[in-house]
Design a protein. Sequence first.
Length: 256
Amino acid sequence: MSDSVYEPFLEAQDQAMREVVIYHTGAPVEIQAPHGCGKTELLLQRAVHLERADLAWRLEWKLITFSRKATQGARERLQLLFGEDADDLPVSTIHSLGRSIVQTALGRRDLRVVDPREADFFVREAMKKAGLSPQAWPSELVAGLIGEAKERRVMPEEFVTLSASPLQQKIAQVYAEYQALLRSRRAYDFADLILEATKLLEQDTALCEQVQMSCRFLMVDEWQDSSLGQYALIRRLVGPQRDIMVAGSEDQSIYE
């Protein structure tokens, strides 16, 4: 991350406002600013302050991003700020965090995650089993409908009861077949990681408390990119102290 990105922002801000962001604890804070104003840098500076002021151990704060590129950039910048080549920095994508939660709950480290290309293959196979032609209904469209259902936390058995038209009933069948194919291979798609992690935190109080302790100080970058399902998971990560800080810009949102 270039110095030119964040220094003008830091230099231009009132000192009191900077302290609100970097030194604030104990209540939710949302940072809204245009692209290039140094929002990410403030979150990183706050993480450093938490450790150096002995407010938190490294096991007690977490920074969530929404892409691998952003995660890598944050790690590299934090290494410079801390002055150490640390590999234990608690920075991860929302999907990596979801995967970690599911693995912890299931006691497995070999969780298989399918990428969009693999997921499309399983959707096509599910469509064949359900008798829905990929030529008539593009698999990308059907996958999108299944993804939307997962975002709304609607499982296949519930999707069937909500489906009124013949086409909706067919999509419900595809959804059920798709999930069965994934589970038969002990596999999860990206949406599953978010959905299953959220469900597990809701159902397992001990697990939820454990995860919340590791997110005692929670920071979320590019907040505008969080989906409905991801928002539900992030809410579960926040403990009783409600110490969450998010940064984003509506004009950069990937959602219309």
